[in-house]
Design a protein around this ligand. Structure first.
Ligand code: GLP
Length: 258
């Protein structure tokens, strides 16, 4: 696991560099797209490069991580709408190239099965962008999730509904109780995972993710078993890391391929 402690404003460009390198080598790469505030600077940086003609996603495809159950299409807080507004509409993906779990399908079990099949048919995810919840969830895999879980229906923790109420005009009651989410086992199949966490509220979750025992109590800790994870955090989110000095040292002395 590479841990990069840097200022929040650099994170977007660093991850966009990784995405650009991937697309140069593999124009039809598959990106895993997270919603939430953490990836916004990444999307800004990628959109700027596309607008300048430096980068194209015309052959790329994308899969989002999760979706609320029951929100109608076009609802401003539906993750499908959010990713369209925050990213897809600002770059040059081909129509239909970005998929999301169908949280308003009549048969949710089938929708989960179809989503797993679509990711497999696309050849798997090359680069997965992740945020992290204050309780250590990734996507919507709440504490207690099986570390081998697949895409399925989950019940949101009350903490997560409180955290996400800001996207529902502050009304916790308006946040759906159920969601569809890629499982931890699904996420672990991505070839490269890039997790972004900023702010003091994420400090404990980042400490557990990087340094805690692997446990369903902190679902993000499963990433310790993944061979290629990059964690990007600001000073506040890094403030509980026991190895912070070591991570700063390793990044300052990173080996650059000539
Ligand atoms: C939600 C999403 C997660 C996201 C998390 C953190 O619960 N399902 O995918 O990582 O929120 O969001 P933020 O980046 O806004 O802090």
């Amino acid at each position: 696991m590479d841990v990069i402690i840097t200022d929040e404003s650099s994170i977007g460009d660093l991850v966009a560099d990784d995405i650009a390198a991937l697309l140069q080598q593999k124009p039809h790469a598959v990106l895993g797209l997270a919603t939430g505030s953490s990836p916004l600077r990444i999307y800004d940086s990628v959109a700027t490069r596309v607008a300048r003609g430096e980068l194209s996603l015309a052959q790329a495809r994308g899969f989002t991580l999760d979706e609320y159950v029951g929100l109608p299409d076009g609802h401003p807080s539906q993750y499908r709408t959010v990713i369209d507004n925050d990213f897809v509409s600002r770059v040059d993906f081909a129509p239909g190239a970005v998929r999301a779990p169908r949280g308003n399908a009549a048969d949710l079990g089938q929708a989960c099965h179809d989503y797993e099949a679509a990711i497999r048919a696309a050849g798997g995810i090359d680069l997965q962008i992740l945020g992290i919840g204050t309780d250590g969830h990734i996507a919507f895999n709440e504490p207690g999730s099986s570390l081998a879980s697949r895409t399925r229906v989950k019940t949101l923790a009350e903490q997560t509904r409180r955290d996400n109420a800001r996207f529902f005009d502050g009304d916790v009651a308006a946040v759906p109780i159920h969601c569809l989410t890629q499982g931890l086992g699904t996420i672990m199949e991505a070839r490269h995972i890039v997790l972004v966490g900023t702010g003091l509220g994420k400090a404990e979750a980042i400490h557990q993710l990087v340094e805690g025992p692997v446990s369903a109590l902190w679902p993000a800790t499963v990433l310790q078993h993944h061979p290629h994870v990059t964690v990007l955090v600001d000073d506040a989110a890094a403030s509980r890391l026991q190895l912070a000095d070591y991570f700063r040292y390793t990044y300052a002395h990173r080996y650059l391929v000539q």
